[in-house]
Design a binder for this molecule. Structure first.
Ligand code: IMP
Length: 425
């Protein structure tokens, strides 16, 4: 087995950090392939909780090389903060590499993100305000500044100058703000960050990845966010600005699709979403609040309360096909321990017809009503179980239903936040 991809199968926050940490132990390399510090991957090791936003969740194993790939957008101050807190906790970070092709987030990206959100009151995306979208816009508009550009102060200055002029014009004249960026200050600030980071920067990160593949060593591709936030295959425009799906790994790390052996879809036993946009199985109040409190469903990055709902089989079938899922890692099953009955959405109903394929046009999606099946709960604490056989019958039936609706097999079940709270099949 060479390349395994870990993807979020819903709207992010499925618990990818824990699954990555678990699998990373047996890997030679872990690569983060898209997104930026909009992500928040939580890893709990004994009594310590680590919240990673940019650094791959394999970082806790010193022999595993952890790469921030070319597909990531980087907040350099955020990255330095993460490096410091991990070093303070005793991790050397000698195993961390940063691609010189990753794009850099600047103040004007964050300002544009905030300005766009303010302007679009009705259709507000509810972004994390980290400047992710505007940074990817520059990348695709071929105006972006990459980590490697900071090595050449003349090139950096020239690119920065153009960007500052363009963004200032937009922010002041279109968004009617009053920004006044000081190019000398920004240049100094970012060259200062680069000075601290340059030891981690690798010129040819895809060569590094392909070297590991050619030696038949094992690589884990760590996706951030989730399939339904994918800019192409999610609930557009209520999505992030990258491709979290498995195919995104090839682009964001730089290797061929034929190298992928396994695609593990991380799936929460229910569904959550932060930010705006359609969410067919959302539960407003009542059991939705119970799920939020029991599951600690507050954003790792922004602290926002997450919207909660029942498991959505239509979303999962979509995720399974788009990603080519070969396995499912079901997380937070224990959060359902106290529920008397649990609903799962098997299909949608729209204008009297059954809809089984996820409608990617949100105006059609908004007309869909979930069709639920109700399953009996198990009403038992499962947080200490480590063997599938010990699981209550109703929990097994629930898992079977999730696998059937997802059209993929379950290989891991997480029953708590700590590393050891896992059932392997
Ligand atoms: P952006 O990625 O900050 O532009 O935000 C776009 C949408 O994606 C918003 O609805 C965010 O709440 C959502 N989002 C971005 N990153 C994450 C994540 O890591 N988990 C869950 N939702 C996210």
């Amino acid at each position: 087995m060479t390349v395994t991809v870990i993807v979020g199968s819903q709207w992010g926050d499925e618990g990818k950090g824990k699954i990555t940490d678990l699998l990373a132990r047996d890997m030679d390399m872990v690569v983060r392939y898209q997104g930026g510090n909009n992500a928040g991957h939580t890893v709990v090791i004994k009594d310590k909780t680590f919240k990673l936003h940019l650094i791959p969740s394999g970082i806790f194993y010193p022999n595993v090389v952890c790469v921030i790939g070319n597909g990531v957008v980087l907040d350099l101050a955020g990255l330095l903060g993460e490096i410091k807190s991990l070093r303070d906790a005793g991790y050397s970070l000698n195993n961390l590499k940063v691609s010189s092709q990753a794009h850099v987030i600047f103040h004007y990206h964050r300002d544009l993100d905030a300005a766009q959100e303010q302007q679009h009151e009705a259709g507000r995306i509810g972004t994390t305000n980290r400047g992710i979208g505007p940074c990817y816009v520059d990348k695709f508009n071929r105006r972006g500044i990459r980590v490697g550009d900071l090595r050449r102060s003349d090139i950096f200055r020239q690119k920065l100058d153009w960007n500052i002029k363009e963004k200032s014009f937009l922010l002041n004249n279109f968004y009617k703000l009053n920004v006044n960026y000081d190019i000398d200050e920004i240049e100094k600030e970012y060259l200062g960050y680069f000075d601290l980071l340059k030891g981690f920067v690798v010129e040819e990160s895809s060569a590094l990845v392909n070297e590991v593949i050619s030696k038949n060593q094992r690589i884990l591709m760590e996706g951030a966010q989730g399939t339904m936030l994918d800019v192409d295959h999610g609930t557009y425009p209520y999505v992030t600005s990258s491709n979290p799906i498995a195919g995104g790994a090839c682009i964001g790390a730089g290797f061929g699709p034929q190298e992928i052996d396994e695609v593990i879809g991380v799936v929460k036993a229910y569904v959550t979403r932060v930010g705006g946009g359609p969410f067919p199985t959302e539960i407003i109040g009542g059991q939705g609040d119970d799920l939020r409190e029991r599951g600690g469903e507050y954003g790792t990055t922004t602290g926002r309360p997450r919207r909660c709902g029942w498991f959505d089989g239509v979303v999962m079938r979509h995720a399974s096909r788009i990603n080519g899922l070969t396995q499912l890692a079901i997380t937070k099953l224990d959060v359902l321990d106290s529920f008397e009955t649990i609903k799962v959405c098997a299909a949608y109903e729209r204008n009297g017809s059954t809809v089984k394929d996820f409608p990617t046009d949100i105006s059609r999606l908004e007309e869909c009503k979930p069709v639920y099946e109700e399953l009996p709960g198990w009403r038992q604490d499962i947080t200490k179980l480590t063997d599938y056989k010990q699981l209550p019958t109703n929990a097994k039936k629930y898992l079977d239903k999730l696998a059937e609706l997802s059209e993929a097999k379950v290989s891991l079940i997480s029953v708590g936040a700590e590393r050891g709270q896992i059932i392997k099949l």
